[in-house]
Design a protein around this ligand. Structure first.
Ligand SMILES: [Zn+2]
Length: 422
């Protein structure tokens, strides 16, 4: 649940400098040529953010990089050793094998981050804009970095980029060129990778113990429309497979080329968009594991009314999909939803519910006290683990405190004997 509203909890001006303790933020390369006529345009002329479109040849001296190659090498071996139909089986398991390797390296579970946009708002950002959190790519990248770091400090193994509502079409409608828009997409990944580097420098002890992964967010076409249709899945006449593929294609290519470890297809509201993503992953030859995450309003279907089982089956059929799950859905629905997903896939399951609070679309604000406390949220975690979820975090209106509590709870589970990773 989310909206583009005024956050009653905003206490700090987004323009204020970051006051976080002792972080060193390397100055972010300036990406855009000056466009004084545009109020959001950052200054000056930079080199392109992503000169190397092939992430595998990048030098990324972090543990997660090594693990990325290892995980995919292992997956590749599986494909290479098999032949004929078996090769297809190996291929079908490739991305899931990569995610399992990461999960194993994390001790059997991985902690995901919490809400990014709502936490940016809590840090003073005004996201009342069709770009939502992606507006901060233009106006306050330091806040994005801060929130990524806050989640890493809280124990997250996976941080999700600020590209959920960042699209070439959305930037173009603000007056940016195609190239500038692509740079802004790549910038979302750069910021998350910088945050990871800063974190690993400050916590060299953690670097070799846990994978720290950057997932490039891709929100739905409905999120771009910013008209609530990501919660109805009703795209009217635009709801054709070819239209949706065309809408997402270049965005996917640019984000994948910016060097994330994962592609996060989040808050997928209907079956058609899931199908479009599957076809694009194959046609664009994406070699980075993706996850598919759906949202639900009733604990049975995804928000469009499409069957979760059908949607998870579509995700299961794609070799590039490494994990399947649910996000931005109230915690009380999650148990049943995991059981449905489990019926049709053995891929790792990820869960990052929202706080359960209600969003009042008319007033454009969250209705306080309609959600669960961090403690209540965490009381579900054991159940979700038993149900088979191995990647767990939070979505809108969850905070670094929620993630700290999840991390603590999962670590307690780690110290007790656990059943092997699914
Ligand atoms: Zn959300």
């Amino acid at each position: 649940m989310k909206g583009i509203g005024i956050n009653p909890f905003s206490v700090v001006s987004a323009a204020e400098p970051n006051t976080r303790k002792a972080p060193f933020f390397p100055p972010f390369p300036r990406l855009l040529p000056p466009n004084p006529s545009h109020p959001l345009s950052p200054p000056i002329n930079p080199p392109r953010a992503n000169p190397n479109p092939n992430p595998s040849s990048e030098k990324r001296p972090t543990y997660s990089t090594a693990l990325t190659s290892q995980a995919w090498a292992a997956a590749g071996e599986m494909v290479g050793k098999s032949g004929g139909g078996v090769a297809e089986e190996g291929g079908a398991a490739a991305a899931a094998a990569a995610v399992r390797r990461w999960v194993e390296a994390g001790g059997g579970r991985l902690v995901m981050d919490g809400g990014l946009a709502t936490e940016l708002e809590a840090n003073g950002a005004d996201l009342n804009d069709p770009l939502w959190s992606a507006k901060c790519l233009l106006s306050s990248p330091h806040l994005i970095r801060k929130v990524h770091l806050d989640y890493l400090e809280a124990g997250a193994n996976i941080i999700i980029t600020a590209s959920y509502q960042a699209t070439i079409q959305g930037f173009e409608s603000k007056g940016f060129s195609k190239e500038q828009s692509e740079d802004l997409l790549a910038k979302s990944v750069e910021i998350a990778r910088e945050a990871r580097e800063v974190f690993l420098k400050e916590h060299s002890d953690r670097a070799m113990q846990h994978p720290i992964l950057v997932a490039a967010s891709i929100g739905s076409y409905g999120a771009y429309l910013a008209d609530g249709s990501e919660y109805s899945g009703d795209y009217g006449e635009a709801g054709t497979l070819e239209f949706l593929k065309d809408f997402h294609k270049r965005r996917l290519e640019v984000l994948a080329g910016a060097g994330p470890d994962l592609i996060a297809f989040e808050t997928i509201p209907n079956k058609l968009e899931a199908q479009a993503y599957v076809e694009l992953l194959d046609e664009c030859n994406i070699s980075i594991p993706a996850w598919f995450s759906f949202n639900s309003k009733d604990g049975v279907h995804i928000v469009s009314g499409d069957s979760l089982i059908e949607c998870a089956t579509i995700a299961n059929g794609c070799s590039k999909v490494g994990a399947v799950g649910i996000n931005c859905t109230p915690p009380r629905f999650i148990h049943g939803l995991i059981l449905s997903i489990r019926k049709v896939t053995d891929k790792p399951i990820l869960i990052y519910p929202n706080s359960g609070e209600r969003y009042d679309a008319e007033k454009k604000e969250w209705v306080e006290s309609t959600g669960v406390s961090d403690g209540d949220f965490v009381s579900y975690v054991n159940e979700w683990c038993k149900d088979g979820a191995v990647l767990i975090g939070g979505c809108c209106r969850t905070t670094p405190n929620t993630i700290k509590a999840i991390s603590r709870s999962l670590n307690q589970r780690h110290s007790a004997p656990r059943s092997p990773v699914a």
